[in-house]
Design a protein around this ligand. Structure first.
Ligand code: F6R
Length: 240
């Protein structure tokens, strides 16, 4: 695991976007794994800048997102599809048919998870970006007794519901379930970049990088991955 400590959230975005740029330059039909939340936003902004400068072309890229809320259609402002369209897809040239997110309104969630997992495996993610929850979650893999392998339906923890309430009118409006790639799905990505900033992520970053490998901190499984780059600011790195 390579840990790159920078000064600001802006710099996190610059560095992580360079990793995506290198990936797409060396493999124009790369399969990219995307995340939502506040952490990757500066990365997406720098990727858009590189696209606007003519450095990057996403016309042959395929993407798979980590997760989606159950019950929210892609037109809902808090759905992860909406977030991705707003923060990245509407600004670059990934063909719509190459964009994949779990379908949060699928009638049969289990069938949707199986189909999504099969599609991710068949494509093979080259580079996956991750944020990290305060409780060490990656995707929506919450602290628990096991690392789950494939894409699956999860019940969100109270911590996560509270953390995500800031995006909704009230905590009662936050969906209680989500579909997420499993820790195993994430581990099959060839390369991973994890981004985090702020003092409030310092404990999770410590547990991810230096704590025991345990499902009580789902991100700790990344210690077993051969190609992980962690890009953090000084505050998030303060406990390392
Ligand atoms: C979202 C996701 C989550 C977030 C995590 C951190 O797709 O995978 O694991 O990365 O909850 O969220 P932020 O970046 O908002 O602190």
């Amino acid at each position: 695991m390579v840990i790159k400590v920078v000064n600001t959230g802006e710099e996190i975005g610059e560095v992580a976007a360079l990793l995506f740029a290198a990936q797409v330059l060396k493999k124009p039909d790369a399969v990219l794994g995307f995340a939502t939340g506040s952490s990757p936003i500066t990365t997406y902004q720098h990727m858009i800048k590189l696209y606007n400068q003519g450095v990057l072309d996403f016309s042959r890229v395929t993407s798979f997102n980590l997760d989606e809320y159950v019950g929210l259609p892609g037109t809902h402002e808090q759905s992860y599809r909406y977030f991705m369209t707003d923060n990245l897809f509407s600004h670059i040239n990934i063909p719509a048919e190459n964009i994949h997110l779990p379908n949060g309104i699928a009638a049969d969630a289990d069938a949707e998870c199986k189909q999504y997992e099969a599609a991710v495996r068949a494509a093979g993610v080259d580079l996956q970006i991750l944020g990290i929850g305060h409780n060490g979650h990656i995707g929506f893999n919450e602290p628990g007794d096991a690392f789950v392998d494939g894409t699956h339906k999860v019940t969100l923890t109270e911590t996560t519901i509270q953390a995500n309430t800031r995006f909704f009118a009230s905590s009662a409006d936050v969906p209680r379930y989500a579909l997420t790639m499993g820790a195993g799905t994430i581990m099959r990505a060839k390369s991973v970049v994890l981004v985090a900033n702020g003092e409030d992520k310092a404990q999770a970053i410590w547990a991810m990088a230096k704590g025991p490998i345990s499902p009580s901190c789902q991100a700790s499984i990344l210690q077993l991955h051969p190609d992980v780059t962690v890009v953090v600011d000084k505050s998030a790195a303060s406990k390392l």
